[in-house]
Ligand binder design. Structure first.
Ligand SMILES: *Cc1c(COP(=O)(O)O)cnc(C)c1O
Length: 464
């Protein structure tokens, strides 16, 4: 009886899911339901007796087409969000079905081993030091946090201070060096770690948003004591990479810990055509990235990679008498990420990597970059349109006319039009449209259709 109920409910959910996916590529990309409409559909007094489960699933599914943004659409260019490969989704269903607590091996040997293997594959794909440890966190925010916690531990350990036991109050001061263009999640990680954000010593960046190595060298000459440098692979606006080899050499010369935020940029390492951008990245001490962005696995999945296993372990581990933690070669995930109980988010990574293989991953990266170049070329040909960045990866910044107002109006107009979705940014004082290509399905035709829609909106504004 219970089993029948489960089967019919899951069959229902599957039918709704398939219908959603079938419509995804053709529907308006933006959400069409207003807050008021969603509130009136969802906000009812919580009943005492509860309601029929199938009816609840049907009701949620009925709102999905209107109330979700089609961020899995091949014409969603708004943020670097990626879509979901079929195999990643299927594996994620298994994860929910198994409902494993991925925190410790004794709760799920399967998850422990699958995540260990997926972590090794990632080190191989990114060609990072094989002795590194890998943790699957919720996203790059927490991956940055994890890596910087390991960094804090490591640089203080080297000067004889145990930050996990003795905290920061009387600790030797740590220099935190970051670029003027570092991602906001670096700020947040520094807040979580008790450093605050103002402590950062910002290194000037160049016209593409890359940290200037000459300025870093000058700054490092003035610093003494434990130092953490935060560099970036893949600027959120331009896709540009900091000069990682030079930065790595400077960090090594000063005995500083180098952390690289490569939420999407790390994936350039998997492609022969784009690897040069990330040259020297292997000199760093820690790297943070996401699978839910460019690898097109579902939310949530960030990846923290740390070269120094002991520092990583000591910054994250927890233990208690009632926990049965492994003493053998088995791996307890709790030692490598902030979360204790968590879903088995490494499983979709395992399934996706195994399905794509090395060539599949690099083809995914190359295709997105080619589509970004195509978008840049198509838009750049339009009179009055200017591409502001060198399109080196998957990001394109575009300006319409000579004022911020026109650019903002084009962005709003395109969002309303619904053919594709993209957002805006301010780049070096100028409003710009920001195009990010990170979906496995985005085709030449999708880019053509989207560029046409953008051109149409711009032409319409000019006629007024
Ligand atoms: C998206 C992004 C992050 C944050 O990642 P989440 O997965 O959203 O936590 C950090 N850094 C960069 C460069 C990003 O693009």
């Amino acid at each position: 009886m219970t089993h029948d109920r489960t089967s019919s409910l899951l069959a229902r959910a599957q039918a709704h899911s398939l219908e959603y996916l079938r419509q995804l590529a053709d529907r308006d990309v933006d959400a069409r339901a207003s807050r008021d409409q969603l509130v009136s559909a969802l906000q009812v007094p919580l009943t005492a007796a509860g309601e029929d489960d199938a009816a609840v699933i049907d009701l949620l599914a009925a709102q999905a087409g209107q109330g979700t943004v089609a961020s899995g659409s091949p014409r969603y260019f708004g943020f670097v969000v990626g879509g979901t490969y079929p195999v990643a989704l299927a594996a994620d269903w298994l994860v929910s079905t198994w409902d494993q607590n991925a925190g410790i091996n004794v709760l799920s040997p399967l998850v422990s081993v699958a995540e260990e293997v997926a972590g090794d594959w990632l080190l191989d794909l990114f060609d990072l030091p094989r002795e590194s440890e890998v943790g699957f966190a919720t996203g790059c925010q927490m991956a940055n946090f994890t890596c910087l916690a390991a960094a804090r531990h490591g640089v203080l350990r080297r000067v004889g201070w145990n930050v996990e036991a003795d905290g920061l109050y009387d600790a030797p001061r740590i220099n935190i060096v970051s670029s003027a263009e570092s991602h906001i999640t670096i700020d947040v990680a520094l807040r979580y770690l008790g450093f605050g954000t103002r402590i950062q010593k910002r290194v000037e960046s160049d016209a593409q948003g890359r940290m200037r190595a000459d300025k870093l060298r000058e700054m490092m000459a003035t610093l003494e004591g434990p130092t953490i440098i935060c560099a970036q692979a893949g600027n959120v606006n331009t896709g540009a990479f900091d000069p990682l080899r030079e930065i790595g050499e400077i960090a090594q010369a000063h005995g500083a810990w180098l952390h690289v935020d490569g939420a999407f940029g790390l994936w350039a390492r998997t492609s022969a055509a784009h690897r040069a951008l990330a040259d020297g990245m292997e000199l760093a001490d820690s790297w943070a990235t996401d699978a839910h962005k460019w690898l097109n696995t579902p939310y949530d999945c960030g990846v923290a990679i740390v070269r120094h296993a002991q520092d990583h372990h000591d910054a994250m581990t927890s233990s208690a008498a009632y926990l049965i933690q492994t003493q053998g070669p088995e791996r307890d995930a709790v030692d490598w990420v902030p979360e204790f109980s968590r879903r088995a988010r490494g499983i979709p990574v395992y399934a996706t990597l195994r399905t794509l293989g090395r060539d599949g991953v690099s083809a995914l990266v190359d295709n997105c970059c080619a589509r970004a170049r195509q978008m840049g070329e198509l838009l750049g040909r339009i009179d009055g349109v200017r591409v502001l960045n060198d399109v080196v990866l998957n990001q394109v910044l575009v300006r319409f006319g000579d004022d911020d107002e026109t650019t903002r109006a084009v962005i709003t107009g395109v969002q309303k039009d619904g053919t594709c979705w993209l957002g805006g940014t301010v780049w070096h004082g100028m409003a710009a449209m920001r195009v990010s290509v990170s979906n496995w399905q985005t085709s030449e035709l999708d880019v053509e259709r989207s560029a046409e829609a953008i051109a149409r909106v711009f032409a319409g504004l000019r006629q007024r």
